[in-house]
Ligand binder design. Sequence first.
Ligand code: HDE
Length: 710
Amino acid sequence: MSKTQKSAADADAFKAATFADISVPLGSGGETHQQAGDGVPQLTTQQGAPVSDDQNSLKVGARGPVALEDHHMREKIFHFDHERIPERVVHARGYGAHGFFETYDSLADVTAADLFQRAGEQTPVFVRFSTVAGNKGSFDLARDVRGFAVKFYTQQGNWDLVGNNIPVFFIQDAIKFPDLIHAAKQEPDRDFPQAQTAHDNFWDFISLMPESMHMIMWTMSDRAIPRGFRFMEGFGVHTFRMVDANGKSTFVKFHWKPKLGMQSVVWNEAVKINGADPDFHRRDLWNAIQSGDFPEWELGLQLFDEDFANAFDFDVLDATKLIPEEILPVRIVGRLVLNRMPDNFFAETEQVAFCTSNIVPGIDFTNDPLLQGRNFSYLDTQLKRLGGPNFTHIPINAPKCPFHNFQQDGHMAMTNPKGRVNFEPNSYGLDEGGPRESATGFRSFPEPAEDGATKLRIRPDSFADHYSQARQFYISQTEVEQKHITDALVFELSRVERPAIRVRVVSHLLNIDEGLAAGVAAGLGLKDLPEPADAAKPTRDDLAPSDALSILKNPPPSLGGRKIGVLLSDGASAEVFNAVAAAADMNGVVVEVIAPMIDGVELDNGTRVKAHYKIDGGPSVLFDAVVVLLSAEGAALLDKKAAARDFVADAFAHMKFIGYSPEALPLVEKSVGARDDACLELATAAAVDAYFQELTALRYWAREPMVNAI
Ligand code: HDE
């Protein structure tokens, strides 16, 4: 027997042994293999030709060469080779969802924008959340700004409100954006660090750009490590215009307020979450939507006129400044509900193309130089990313209202105009002439130019105060939050190799708050404080603290959307477990079970409870609070496992509330040392109520000075 004959015989023998009663080609999936028919669709090529064998390429003899004529294999591999498109240069890692925006009351008094005209009107939206610096495959809990981009499919075209979860930005002029992003992303010679600003390039740039100081206060605060997308605010950042039907313009700043309230994690926790679940934020959004717990935000507007703008302390065109809510209240005008995940991540979340230049009649730009630069950049970026000018034809980007124009051809054209006429003006009349202009179409607000304006490369003097609002943000924080800012600066600057950069940052902090500068200097081991940095304008100390800027001064309205991790063992109390589950259900809290083995445990009344995680896969960093519900035997078993001790020790270090059965006490004591008031014994169902009462605080901050996790 020749070698070829032998291997063919072997293959047949193998086939016979493995797939004795199914007639399928060698290499198929055994008992999971299905044939088309009976409702199972037929596998075809892209051209629709049915495929008979998707397991084996076409060969000349069983061990012979592969024939080039195997069109199915060639098409399949060719397509695979081209699956990747360039990732976004910033905001590469993102996660999107569909939903709707509902207008509460007509805003016809301030804007002609169609979506705001009728109370109760719902407009479809697609929202994409993102981090900025990391690549597409980076982890979710980077210390970073979060993108909050909303595409409204209105009846008068698509309006993209491409915002962030922080209301100000690092720079004032778009021309510095490439420098900022180069400095923030991986250093080009070594291609690390990934998704982190804790490195020399970033802090070197920042320390030479005092205008970034306000934003730095935000990115070093807990705002930059949100508990989830559902728990963060969003902002349009720039001042925009709303224009009514009579052409009257009102300035506007956009705010998104999460219905579940704001919440962040602590840094030590963030670092561990990134290892335990790099997809922490996307999983949270996915789970919430799939379980019908639809995330909601309210849209708020700060509306003001020229007089207010002229009288305000800072230039409203300067994106490094905000208008405190205490000075100009936020008017709530509608709600955003996310209720559907995309059918396909790539087709929708990856291909969605936000452009700040997508506005609709009733909305307009201002001269904010950052916004003006963005209006160029986004369109330009989409061309590169999506490969041609017809990305608007992709369903996720196409308007949901009728649209007609004479734009045609180009790569992947799907909606070329029909008929003979593709130009305007034309004399072909009503039937054939195609679309025409309309009086109600978009008109730019006729803002007068400055008198005698000349072309200059200059920053206005009104942009020159770089520290006053940084200080205002800092003094608006609780002591706990101020400490976190200090710790974050110390952490990041300790990763910086060049001492001069560290010193330069401290010299800026001295212009913000001396206590902050002293704390960071001490944390870095600086013997002497440097001189304060030269300031174009002295820091004002007359700006009142704004409580709206703090997360902790604005506690969440309920426990809704939070998650408790219950560490269970065989023989644990069914009474207490059921009480925890019932209280969680009443409070809109999700319970997940962690057990020594994934097949779960048997409670003391014989009920079996399935586990969501095996102990080493479900660390306490994934939960807002924990319960350790063990029998004596269970406690003895888990006491020997580092993962179980870490579960309790980390919950304690991250200021979480810990409920425990009396039998779990030895494990708790061994893991945390001295218990405190947020360690609560759950011997009976009655004690569970008290635990849930305490839990509304989410963290027991009084513990922080003791654990000093950072
Ligand atoms: Fe962006 N930004 N940006 N940005 N940005 C992009 O556009 C840019 C800025 C923001 O989920 C890019 O489609 C410049 C401020 C979000 O798809 C790019 C400047 C704010 C997203 C771009 C800024 C943002 C982007 C890359 C300085 C908050 C993700 C991919 C003038 C108000 C959108 C893309 C999504 C994405 C340019 C500053 C938010 C390169 C030049 C300020 C949420 O075009």
